[in-house]
Design a protein around this ligand. Structure first.
Ligand code: ADP
Length: 401
């Protein structure tokens, strides 16, 4: 058997060796390939995939795969392959099938991107580009002469670009849904304000005038809430929201939320439970009290909005270096499909036409951003039909730094 390397006819020295070893010309090609960060190889096929041997392998294989050239075997190489992406339609992704076509001459070249799991555990994308190696005497394909390239960087950046594009697309979709919803959300209180203002002008009955004025005030507050959420979100997105830390008595803060909401919650037939540790050292915290209250109010508003009966609980506990606040309810709960999305901005705007609860879908997004600004985390547990519990932490800092 004498190996005939592809395209080497006019530069191959008239070799008397059976198999051409890297000599002057071959050596030169090998060096040129390695110089271009490729790892050249000559593989002689065995009876089955994985049973061949590398006649030559560039020393760069150590940098590429973390395996010394003398230890590199075809068996090991194939055991590392996790994914194979052929670069032309003619190349089968199944390696034995591709090998068969390569040997039969149906495939004149082989090019594929391979995801390898290296012995170190690291994953790497490489490109395998090879041509048939034929026996001079029989003309049969007996192996492959090719180059391995490291393509991890370009592959990862392509993956990142694809993910960024998908994210932008998803964001765009949510934004359109939000605009559709928000226009409805703004128009409803606006219509009420305009309508009842007109009625107010025409109505002479004092009691009725009072009712109309209350409706107008409620709708104005609601409208203001929506508009300030939108403005706050755009401020958060442009990083211009600053935190302003000072000494906060969290017992008093929770009591004030309780006082503000107890009547509304009771009017809905729901029990509002406040659980506070005794006031003292532990109830003092250096944080942004305004934002902390906004977060708690957002969560209490949601609990109230999504609960028809039962109770709503509010409290906090000291846990390691944090104060952990909780707001739980016995409301409708959050379905498994919703769970991943509820902190996404504008979420809920999606199901605008079928919605029976008002809201901009911004409350949790703003709350989460505030909590992160304060140095904490938020999470929740929920069961459809049984209720939800939101918990978030704020660092337990006692003195202003
Ligand atoms: P909004 O309440 O204005 O729609 P949020 O960002 O506050 O927006 O909440 C997003 C979504 O998360 C809600 O529309 C609702 O589907 C779900 N959700 C939030 N809190 C609760 C809760 N306590 N119980 C049930 N679902 C909730």
């Amino acid at each position: 058997m004498r190996v005939n390397k592809p395209h080497s006819d006019n530069c191959s020295p008239a070799g008397s060796n059976e198999i051409e070893k890297p000599g002057s010309t071959t050596d030169f090609f090998y060096q040129a390939i390695e110089n271009a960060d490729g790892v050249p190889f000559q593989l002689i096929f065995g009876p089955r995939i994985g049973e061949g041997y590398y006649l030559n392998i560039g020393s760069g294989i150590t940098d590429l795969l973390g395996i010394a050239p003398e230890d590199f075997t075809e068996n090991q190489f194939h055991s590392m392959i996790e994914e194979c992406v052929p670069l032309t339609d003619a190349i089968p992704s199944d390696p034995p099938e591709a090998r068969q076509k390569f040997i039969s001459g149906e495939l004149k070249s082989y090019r594929a991107e391979l995801l390898l799991k290296l012995p170190s555990g690291e994953k790497k994308w490489i490109r395998d580009a090879s041509l048939p190696l034929t026996d001079d005497e029989t003309g049969r394909v007996i192996g492959a002469f090719g180059i391995f390239y490291d393509i991890s960087d370009s592959k990862n950046s392509a993956i990142n670009v694809r993910m960024a594009r998908e994210k932008a697309f998803e964001y765009d979709r949510l934004k359109s849904a939000f605009l559709r919803n928000i226009s409805h959300e703004i128009r409803t209180p606006l219509n009420a304000i305009v309508g009842f203002s007109t009625l107010l002008g025409e109505c002479g009955n004092v009691q009725q005038q009072k009712e109309y004025r209350e409706i107008i005030t409620q709708n104005t507050d609601h409208l203001l809430g929506i508009i300030s959420d939108i403005i706050e979100l755009s401020k958060l997105e442009t990083d211009i929201v600053k935190i302003n830390k000072y000494n906060v008595n969290i017992n008093q803060l929770l009591q004030s939320v309780y006082a503000e909401y107890n009547e509304r919650i009771r009017d809905k037939g729901i029990l509002f439970r406040l659980a506070l540790p005794p006031e003292g050292e532990g109830s003092l915290l250096v944080t942004d009290g305004y934002k902390l209250k906004r977060i708690i109010i957002n969560l209490v508003e949601n609990a109230l909005k999504f609960t028809e009966s039962g109770s709503i609980g509010l409290g906090y506990e000291h846990k390691e270096d944090n104060v952990e606040f909780y707001i739980n309810d016995t409301g409708i709960g959050i379905s498994e499909e919703q769970k991943d999305s509820i902190f996404t901005r504008f979420y809920q705007a999606e199901s605008s036409s079928s919605r029976s609860f008002e809201g901009s879908g911004l409350g949790l997004t703003i709350s989460k951003a505030y909590i992160q600004l304060l140095g904490g985390n938020i999470w929740f547990t929920s069961h459809r039909g049984k209720g939800s519990e939101f918990r978030f932490t704020v660092p337990d800092v006692k003195e202003e730094k």
